[in-house]
Design a protein. Structure first.
Length: 237
Protein backbone atom coordinates (compact mmCIF):
# COMPACT_ATOMS: atom_id res chain seq x y z
CA UNK A 1 0.00 0.00 0.00
CA UNK A 2 1.39 3.40 -0.97
CA UNK A 3 0.58 6.57 0.92
CA UNK A 4 2.03 9.92 1.90
CA UNK A 5 2.02 11.96 5.07
CA UNK A 6 0.89 15.53 5.55
CA UNK A 7 2.51 17.61 8.27
CA UNK A 8 0.23 19.89 10.26
CA UNK A 9 -0.05 21.51 13.65
CA UNK A 10 -1.49 19.43 16.48
CA UNK A 11 -3.98 22.27 16.94
CA UNK A 12 -5.24 21.94 13.35
CA UNK A 13 -8.29 19.71 13.65
CA UNK A 14 -9.12 19.76 9.96
CA UNK A 15 -9.02 16.38 8.29
CA UNK A 16 -6.82 15.74 5.28
CA UNK A 17 -8.65 12.73 3.90
CA UNK A 18 -9.89 14.75 0.94
CA UNK A 19 -6.34 15.42 -0.22
CA UNK A 20 -5.17 12.85 -2.74
CA UNK A 21 -2.38 12.58 -5.28
CA UNK A 22 -2.84 10.98 -8.69
CA UNK A 23 0.27 9.55 -10.29
CA UNK A 24 -0.53 7.86 -13.56
CA UNK A 25 -3.48 5.58 -12.88
CA UNK A 26 -2.73 5.31 -9.16
CA UNK A 27 -4.49 7.29 -6.45
CA UNK A 28 -2.32 7.96 -3.40
CA UNK A 29 -4.11 8.95 -0.22
CA UNK A 30 -2.58 10.48 2.93
CA UNK A 31 -1.90 8.33 5.97
CA UNK A 32 -1.92 9.41 9.60
CA UNK A 33 1.28 7.57 10.54
CA UNK A 34 4.38 6.32 8.78
CA UNK A 35 7.39 4.19 9.68
CA UNK A 36 10.75 5.17 8.26
CA UNK A 37 14.00 3.45 9.23
CA UNK A 38 12.25 1.92 12.22
CA UNK A 39 10.90 5.24 13.53
CA UNK A 40 7.20 6.06 13.74
CA UNK A 41 5.82 9.56 13.20
CA UNK A 42 2.40 11.10 12.72
CA UNK A 43 0.99 14.16 10.99
CA UNK A 44 1.80 16.49 13.89
CA UNK A 45 5.30 15.10 14.54
CA UNK A 46 4.31 14.52 18.17
CA UNK A 47 6.33 11.26 18.16
CA UNK A 48 3.76 9.77 20.55
CA UNK A 49 3.54 6.55 18.57
CA UNK A 50 7.33 6.21 18.45
CA UNK A 51 7.65 6.78 22.20
CA UNK A 52 4.86 4.28 22.91
CA UNK A 53 6.37 1.65 20.64
CA UNK A 54 9.88 2.16 22.05
CA UNK A 55 8.61 2.09 25.63
CA UNK A 56 6.88 -1.27 25.20
CA UNK A 57 10.03 -2.87 23.83
CA UNK A 58 12.33 -1.35 26.46
CA UNK A 59 10.04 -2.22 29.37
CA UNK A 60 9.98 -5.85 28.22
CA UNK A 61 13.77 -5.88 27.89
CA UNK A 62 14.22 -4.25 31.30
CA UNK A 63 12.06 -6.94 32.87
CA UNK A 64 14.30 -9.63 31.40
CA UNK A 65 17.47 -7.85 32.52
CA UNK A 66 15.96 -7.42 35.97
CA UNK A 67 15.42 -11.16 36.21
CA UNK A 68 19.04 -11.79 35.21
CA UNK A 69 20.52 -9.10 37.47
CA UNK A 70 21.21 -11.42 40.43
CA UNK A 71 23.41 -13.58 38.20
CA UNK A 72 25.47 -10.68 36.82
CA UNK A 73 28.04 -8.35 38.32
CA UNK A 74 27.62 -4.58 37.97
CA UNK A 75 29.98 -4.18 35.01
CA UNK A 76 28.35 -6.97 33.00
CA UNK A 77 24.90 -5.55 33.74
CA UNK A 78 25.98 -2.08 32.63
CA UNK A 79 27.37 -3.45 29.36
CA UNK A 80 24.14 -5.34 28.74
CA UNK A 81 22.05 -2.25 29.40
CA UNK A 82 24.22 -0.16 27.07
CA UNK A 83 23.87 -2.73 24.29
CA UNK A 84 20.14 -3.33 24.64
CA UNK A 85 18.60 -0.24 26.26
CA UNK A 86 20.83 2.80 25.74
CA UNK A 87 21.29 2.08 22.05
CA UNK A 88 17.53 2.02 21.58
CA UNK A 89 17.03 5.20 23.62
CA UNK A 90 19.60 7.02 21.48
CA UNK A 91 18.44 5.77 18.08
CA UNK A 92 16.81 8.64 16.20
CA UNK A 93 16.58 10.69 19.39
CA UNK A 94 17.35 13.96 17.57
CA UNK A 95 13.73 13.84 16.38
CA UNK A 96 12.60 14.14 20.00
CA UNK A 97 14.04 17.64 20.49
CA UNK A 98 11.46 20.23 21.48
CA UNK A 99 8.79 17.75 22.55
CA UNK A 100 6.68 18.58 25.62
CA UNK A 101 8.33 17.79 28.95
CA UNK A 102 5.74 15.07 29.58
CA UNK A 103 7.03 13.15 26.56
CA UNK A 104 10.67 13.51 27.59
CA UNK A 105 9.85 12.47 31.16
CA UNK A 106 8.24 9.30 29.84
CA UNK A 107 11.54 8.36 28.17
CA UNK A 108 13.55 9.52 31.18
CA UNK A 109 11.67 7.06 33.38
CA UNK A 110 12.96 4.25 31.18
CA UNK A 111 16.55 5.39 31.62
CA UNK A 112 15.99 5.77 35.38
CA UNK A 113 14.70 2.22 35.61
CA UNK A 114 17.75 0.92 33.74
CA UNK A 115 20.04 2.84 36.10
CA UNK A 116 18.27 1.43 39.16
CA UNK A 117 18.66 -2.12 37.85
CA UNK A 118 22.41 -1.62 37.44
CA UNK A 119 22.80 -0.01 40.87
CA UNK A 120 20.28 -2.40 42.48
CA UNK A 121 18.68 0.66 43.98
CA UNK A 122 15.05 0.91 45.22
CA UNK A 123 12.69 3.57 43.87
CA UNK A 124 12.88 5.42 47.19
CA UNK A 125 16.49 6.45 46.44
CA UNK A 126 16.85 9.67 44.43
CA UNK A 127 17.90 8.98 40.85
CA UNK A 128 20.30 11.90 40.29
CA UNK A 129 23.23 10.46 42.33
CA UNK A 130 22.77 7.12 40.56
CA UNK A 131 22.95 8.70 37.10
CA UNK A 132 25.99 10.71 38.16
CA UNK A 133 27.79 7.64 39.47
CA UNK A 134 27.18 5.89 36.15
CA UNK A 135 28.30 9.01 34.23
CA UNK A 136 24.98 9.00 32.38
CA UNK A 137 23.57 12.16 30.90
CA UNK A 138 19.78 12.48 31.19
CA UNK A 139 17.68 11.98 28.06
CA UNK A 140 17.33 15.71 27.38
CA UNK A 141 21.11 16.13 27.23
CA UNK A 142 21.60 12.98 25.14
CA UNK A 143 19.26 14.53 22.57
CA UNK A 144 21.26 17.76 22.62
CA UNK A 145 24.48 15.78 22.23
CA UNK A 146 23.20 14.10 19.07
CA UNK A 147 22.07 17.39 17.54
CA UNK A 148 25.32 19.15 18.37
CA UNK A 149 27.38 16.34 16.83
CA UNK A 150 25.32 16.64 13.64
CA UNK A 151 25.80 20.40 13.68
CA UNK A 152 29.57 20.09 14.21
CA UNK A 153 30.02 17.78 11.23
CA UNK A 154 27.86 20.00 9.03
CA UNK A 155 29.74 23.17 10.04
CA UNK A 156 33.29 21.83 10.08
CA UNK A 157 33.21 19.21 7.32
CA UNK A 158 30.09 20.07 5.25
CA UNK A 159 28.77 16.58 6.00
CA UNK A 160 26.17 15.75 5.01
CA UNK A 161 25.80 18.37 2.32
CA UNK A 162 22.04 18.78 2.73
CA UNK A 163 22.56 19.78 6.38
CA UNK A 164 25.55 22.04 5.77
CA UNK A 165 23.47 24.00 3.26
CA UNK A 166 20.94 25.05 5.92
CA UNK A 167 23.53 26.12 8.52
CA UNK A 168 25.31 29.43 8.01
CA UNK A 169 28.11 31.12 9.90
CA UNK A 170 27.11 34.43 11.47
CA UNK A 171 28.83 37.26 9.63
CA UNK A 172 30.79 39.68 11.82
CA UNK A 173 31.48 43.03 10.11
CA UNK A 174 34.06 44.04 12.73
CA UNK A 175 36.57 42.11 14.85
CA UNK A 176 34.93 41.08 18.10
CA UNK A 177 35.56 39.12 21.25
CA UNK A 178 36.44 35.45 20.77
CA UNK A 179 33.25 34.33 22.54
CA UNK A 180 31.22 35.70 19.62
CA UNK A 181 33.22 33.84 16.97
CA UNK A 182 32.20 30.57 15.32
CA UNK A 183 28.52 31.36 15.87
CA UNK A 184 25.70 30.44 13.52
CA UNK A 185 22.75 32.44 12.24
CA UNK A 186 19.44 31.46 13.84
CA UNK A 187 16.65 31.80 11.24
CA UNK A 188 13.16 32.81 12.22
CA UNK A 189 10.54 30.09 12.45
CA UNK A 190 6.91 30.44 11.53
CA UNK A 191 5.73 28.30 14.43
CA UNK A 192 7.05 27.78 17.95
CA UNK A 193 6.16 24.08 17.91
CA UNK A 194 7.51 22.25 14.88
CA UNK A 195 9.41 25.26 13.52
CA UNK A 196 11.72 25.51 16.53
CA UNK A 197 12.46 21.79 16.26
CA UNK A 198 13.97 22.08 12.78
CA UNK A 199 17.75 21.53 12.72
CA UNK A 200 18.18 24.81 10.85
CA UNK A 201 16.98 26.55 14.03
CA UNK A 202 17.66 24.28 17.01
CA UNK A 203 21.13 23.37 15.71
CA UNK A 204 22.44 26.99 15.68
CA UNK A 205 20.65 27.76 18.96
CA UNK A 206 22.36 24.89 20.78
CA UNK A 207 25.65 25.54 19.00
CA UNK A 208 25.77 29.21 19.99
CA UNK A 209 25.16 28.28 23.63
CA UNK A 210 28.40 26.28 23.75
CA UNK A 211 31.58 27.85 25.15
CA UNK A 212 33.79 29.39 22.46
CA UNK A 213 36.63 26.95 23.09
CA UNK A 214 34.36 24.01 22.25
CA UNK A 215 32.94 25.68 19.13
CA UNK A 216 36.48 26.31 17.86
CA UNK A 217 37.54 22.64 18.00
CA UNK A 218 38.34 20.94 14.70
CA UNK A 219 38.52 17.26 15.59
CA UNK A 220 35.24 15.34 15.93
CA UNK A 221 36.64 12.99 18.58
CA UNK A 222 37.95 15.91 20.64
CA UNK A 223 34.66 17.75 20.21
CA UNK A 224 32.67 14.74 21.43
CA UNK A 225 34.92 14.36 24.47
CA UNK A 226 34.60 18.01 25.51
CA UNK A 227 30.91 18.11 24.69
CA UNK A 228 30.15 15.10 26.89
CA UNK A 229 31.97 16.73 29.78
CA UNK A 230 30.23 20.07 29.19
CA UNK A 231 26.73 18.54 29.10
CA UNK A 232 27.47 16.31 32.08
CA UNK A 233 28.60 19.26 34.18
CA UNK A 234 25.73 21.42 32.92
CA UNK A 235 23.26 19.05 34.58
CA UNK A 236 25.07 17.71 37.63
CA UNK A 237 26.71 20.97 38.68
Amino acid sequence: MVGFKQISSRFDVRTSTACQLKIGNDIITPTSTIRNMGLYSDTTLSMDLQISHMSKIIIFQLQLIGQLRKYLDKMSTERLVHAVISSRLDYGNSLLFGLPSTSIKQIQRLQNTAARIIAQSPRSVHITPILKSLHWRPVKYRIQYKLLCLTFQAVKFDLPVYLSQILHQRSLPHPTHSQHQHRLDIPRSRTSTNGDRALSRCGPSLWNSLPADIRSLQSLDTFKKHLKTHLFLSYFN
